[in-house]
Design a protein around this ligand. Structure first.
Ligand code: NAD
Ligand code: DAU
Length: 355
């Protein structure tokens, strides 16, 4: 079996669902259930004995030790993290605790577990660390896309904490020989995306008749990948990646934020027109920028394509249409995640942003 951390979050839950749709290999899912973790993402697995959900912290050494001893996983996939840049600006401490200290404690337990394996169990064991393109910092307009050899230049508390975790993972390979793999992926979108992030926030705000808050001039560029393509890349790296290597994962799909917002508005105009017949784009509001906002990310996914034969299955057009349709089809999920804590976050993040 495999152990997935953070498997109740956006990407982790998509990964667990896809994994169990494609194989019968069981999954232990260790998730702390922070505000971003949601067991409803996994509701379709209720009663499925291949999925063992454990609520807990990757930094809880005793818990991790006992899970490893009891279940003897052949691989660990580390999705667990604090993941939202704006939250890291308002309160960096949780990011340091989970992304750095938590990853350290997890690595220590995995090192001890792997150290007492032998034979094939030892040689085939893998620790796959899921990371981000944000560790490379911000690109200028004409810079080439990030390759695996780019310098790390993280600019937010979030990306700095992910960079630190990547360095720890690298060091555990170099120093102790731990069989690690790291993926650095661009912006994901798709089902179960918590509506604090750009695309789901725009969908839920548009449908609620609220403002669509675009930071700064809206010309920051991100490289978007449908979440199920990220999951297929992780499966491929787990299967065939070279130990100690890092793989950039992206969709060759750079777009300015304002174009993303107009695309979402256009799809909603088609699929769920406003009662007054006016375009959703009328709700777009430019607001105060994110401090230290990275201007551009772009991923060169050439290495994973060449060496492992991975390619995304979705184009942005097909993926964003599926995504908007998913939100329209799942109003109960959307209502459920908009709890009091969610409303408090929205008030914190947007109250001080002037138009
Ligand atoms: P998310 O915030 O939706 O989910 C994170 C999950 O981790 C949640 O279920 C949360 O409960 C859990 N978690 C948090 N702290 C924990 C802890 N201490 N112990 C155990 N579980 C804990 O994040 P996501 O968007 O699904 O991102 C998953 C991973 O992928 C992260 O490592 C992130 O840095 C990385 N990543 C995300 C993107 C993206 O666009 N969302 C892109 C590239 C890489
Ligand atoms: O690049 C990968 C990263 O992508 C992941 O590592 C992070 O976990 C993930 O959250 C995402 O980070 P971003 O900061 O790029 O995503 P976010 O959805 O928060 O913002 C995307 C862009 O949209 C960014 O330029 C900020 C802008 N934005 C965001 C929000 C929430 C707005 O203009 N308005 C908003 O209200």
């Amino acid at each position: 079996m495999i152990l997935v951390t953070g498997g109740a979050g956006f990407i982790g839950s998509n990964f667990v669902l896809d994994w169990l749709a494609q194989t019968n290999e069981p999954v232990i899912n260790l998730d702390k259930l922070t505000y971003a973790g949601n067991v409803q993402n996994l509701a379709s697995l209720d009663g499925d004995s291949r999925h063992i959900f454990i609520q807990g912290d990757i930094g809880d050494s005793e818990l991790v030790k006992s899970l490893l001893q009891q279940h003897q996983p052949r691989a660990i996939l580390n999705f667990a993290a604090e993941s939202h840049v704006d939250r890291s600006i308002h309160g960096p401490e949780d990011f340091i605790q989970t992304n750095i200290v938590g990853t350290f404690h997890l690595l220590e337990e995995v090192r001890a577990y792997w150290g007492q394996l032998d034979g094939e169990a030892r040689s085939t064991f893998r620790f796959l660390h899921v990371s981000t393109d944000e560790v490379y910092g911000s690109l200028r307009k004409d810079d080439p896309a990030f390759s695996e050899t780019n310098r790390y230049e993280p600019n937010s508390p979030y990306s700095a904490s992910k960079a630190a975790s990547d360095h720890l993972v690298r060091a555990y390979h170099h120093t102790y020989g731990l069989p690690v793999l790291t993926t650095n992926c661009s912006n994901n979108y798709g089902p179960y995306h918590f509506p604090e992030k750009l695309i789901p926030l725009m969908i839920v705000n548009a449908l609620a008749g609220k403002a669509l808050p675009v930071y700064g001039d809206g010309m920051q560029i991100r490289d978007w990948l449908y979440v199920k393509d990220h999951c297929s890349a992780i499966r491929r790296v787990l299967e065939a990646g070279q130990l100690g290597e890092t793989y950039n994962v992206g969709g060759w799909n750079e777009m300015p934020n304002i174009d993303i917002v107009h695309t979402v508005c256009g799809l909603l105009d088609e699929l769920r027109p406003r009662p007054d017949g006016k375009p959703y784009a009328e709700q777009i509001t430019y607001v105060t920028d994110r401090p230290g906002h990275d201007r551009r990310y772009a991923i060169d996914a050439g290495k994973i394509e060449r060496e492992l034969g991975w390619k995304p299955a979705e184009t942005f057009d097909s993926g964003i249409r599926k995504t908007v349709q998913w939100y329209l089809d799942n109003p109960a999920w959307v209502a459920n995640v908009q709890s009091g804590a969610y409303r408090d976050w929205v008030a914190t993040n947007y109250a001080e942003r002037t138009e």
